[in-house]
Design a protein around this ligand. Structure first.
Ligand SMILES: [Zn+2]
Length: 315
């Protein structure tokens, strides 16, 4: 049984798959800090696996044994519950959670599952949302998978004031988008600063989740940022975060819901496997994961949460 980390950051990066190692794949040649996490300059399906007690890097399946292209609603619900929500829905569905995923998340989402082993307030969701987000969601009661998981588990959704006090990050990591599109006065900061903020938040909790989705938008050709800018920002964030990490007490976990960015010439998602990275204390617990549904159960085992593998009755 691997040692249990004091602090875990689950960095969920939407829409990154491990595609072929060829020049059209922007993940075939990445920055220095991505490379540290793969012990290789590229994140592709040909990248050799890493399997040591404090470092795991390998592909996991995101197709969930269902035909068609994986989608964020069922993919994220499966990733964050450990239960195959595409199978329950009978198809891939997204971007919002399918109706059949909501009861699964209500009872089995990662925050719910780890909380029995933790103290109240030990879980955090480090994304910040602007006021317009709360207004829109309240009107339609339509939540993304991660915000739904947080609400269901009583984990606070963070907002503008949290960004100002380094208690949360805006979706673009640096604050430009809120400034430019929403006219919200928040500090403009570097992506390296964002990595340090995430580290600080993580140190105050046992489990911190952060969602980055500009990668998926860019894969669809819908981001105003270039793929290169996005990958550079993440590289800077990873660098400052990893530099601060202690391999004795901290664990960085990275996974995705489906491929997309690695095939920029193709606008929809891909059926490629996605990367699973576990770096730091307890990483070995993830060495046997073969599907995105294996990630949350391994995390729960590591943090002493609910081991229940009981599946809710199919609908
Ligand atoms: Zn997408």
């Amino acid at each position: 049984m691997p040692a249990s980390p004091q602090h875990v950051l689950f960095l969920f990066i939407d829409g990154i798959g491990l595609g072929p190692n060829r020049p059209s794949n922007p993940m075939a040649q990445l920055g220095a800090h991505w490379a540290r996490l793969a012990q290789h300059p590229g994140w592709t399906v040909q990248t050799p696996i890493v399997d040591t007690p404090t470092h795991v890097f390998h592909p996991v399946d995101a197709t969930l044994a269902i035909e068609g292209l994986p989608q964020s609603g069922t993919g994220q619900a499966s990733l964050f519950s450990g239960i195959n929500c595409a199978q329950r829905a009978g198809r891939h569905y997204g971007p919002f959670p399918h109706s059949s995923s909501k009861p699964v998340l209500a009872a089995h989402n990662l925050f719910q599952r780890v909380q029995p082993g933790l103290s109240p307030g030990d879980c955090a969701f480090a994304n910040a949302y602007p006021p317009v987000f709360f207004k829109k969601r309240a009107r339609r009661n339509r939540w993304t998978v991660t915000t739904l998981c947080s609400r269901q588990a009583g984990v606070r959704l963070r907002s503008t004031d949290d960004v100002r006090h380094n208690r949360a990050l805006p979706a673009d990591l640096v604050g430009h988008a809120w400034h430019k599109h929403l006219d919200i006065a928040i500090p403009q900061r570097s992506a390296a600063h964002a990595g340090r903020v995430l580290y600080r938040i993580m140190q105050q909790h046992r489990l911190t989740l952060f969602e980055y989705y500009e990668t998926d938008k860019a894969g669809h050709g819908r981001s105003e940022l270039s793929i290169s800018t996005i990958l550079h920002r993440l590289d800077a964030l990873l660098g400052s975060f990893i530099d601060a990490c202690s391999l004795d007490t901290d664990l960085l976990l990275i996974c995705s819901d489906h491929g997309n960015l690695e095939a920029p010439n193709q606008k929809p998602h891909t059926r490629h496997p996605v990367p699973l990275v576990a770096y730091g204390c307890g990483a070995h617990a993830f060495r046997s994961a073969t599907s995105i549904t294996d990630v949350t159960p391994a995390l729960c085992t590591l943090l002493g949460g609910s081991l229940s593998s009981h599946q809710p009755t199919p609908q």
